[in-house]
Design a protein around this ligand. Structure first.
Ligand code: ATP
Ligand code: MG
Length: 245
């Protein structure tokens, strides 16, 4: 079953075409990792899934509904979204940030919410003492992890992650990658995951989408991308080129 569908989507900013006749189907329960050079359109593509950007032409569907044809706020509540270094509410404590979506969705039990926040903090490897701090009192990597906890608290079936582990050290990153794999298995989430880290893309993705200038250079399993890169660009990007002897 597919959960996201792009049909012939085109998007330009001024004269610059950022997505060019872009079509894609994401299957329910898969992790799709997205790689490609800076500026190739990855974030723009991701933002079209929750209606933060709209196509100039073509259509995007989430669970069969065309994005923009129904209430965007309701759609966004069903979609977790993690962006690098941004997105926390600066005037809210860590706890309030994490439980934001459950609270606006009607979960008002303070004790339960605190428990949820604590459980998720632990999951992302942060200390309970962080709960009452404000984002400005955390390091970049800690903020990032709070952002991940907040997205998980919403318990959405669909999670969009835009370079979520970019600011994390290798060890934390490894354990967060494991956590993503566990969660995906446990909750059958669908995750679209943008990264500049090719190894991360290959490790996490059931399929890897390689983008080049607003188009799909290749969409395939990590194994196939490694063994059968579609062209020189994919080969170079994924480092599958044979080392010269
Ligand atoms: N709101 C905007 N207005 C004008 N240009 C934009 C806007 N958003 C993105 N762009 C341009 O569109 C192109 C694609 O941007 P996008 O953020 O999708 O790239 P990306 O693949 O995510 O890059 P990176 O890997 O650096 O995050 C870039 O050239 C960017 O400058
Ligand atoms: Mg980006």
């Amino acid at each position: 079953m597919e959960i996201i569908r792009f049909e012939h989507v085109t998007k330009s900013f001024g004269d610059q075409r950022v997505l060019d006749d872009f079509s894609l189907a994401v299957n329910e329960g898969e992790i799709l990792t997205v790689i490609g050079r800076s500026g190739c359109g990855k974030t723009t593509m991701l933002k079209m899934i929750n209606g933060l950007e709209m196509p100039d032409s073509g259509k995007v569907y989430v669970e069969g509904e065309e994005v923009g044809s129904t209430d965007l706020t309701a759609l966004r509540r069903r979609i977790g979204y993690v962006i690098q270094n941004k997105g926390l509410f600066p005037h809210m404590t860590v706890e309030k940030n994490i439980t934001y979506v459950p609270v606006i969705s009607g979960k008002k039990n303070k004790k339960e919410n605190r428990q949820t926040a604590l459980r998720l903090l632990e999951l992302v490897g942060l200390d309970a003492s962080m709960l009452d701090r404000y984002p400005s009192e955390l390091s970049g990597g800690q903020q990032q992890r709070v952002g991940i906890a907040r997205a998980l608290a919403a318990e959405t079936k669909l999670l969009l992650m835009d370079e979520p582990f970019g600011a994390l050290d290798e060890i934390t990153k490894r354990s967060m990658q494991k956590e993503v794999l566990n969660l995906q298995k446990k909750l059958q989430m669908t995750i679209v995951f943008i990264t500049h880290d090719i190894r991360e893309a290959m490790r996490l993705g059931n399929r890897v989408l390689v983008m080049e200038q607003g188009r799909i250079a290749q969409l395939d399993t990590p194994e196939m991308i490694r063994s059968h890169p579609a062209d020189d660009f994919v080969r170079e990007l994924t480092g599958t080129e044979e080392e010269p002897h």
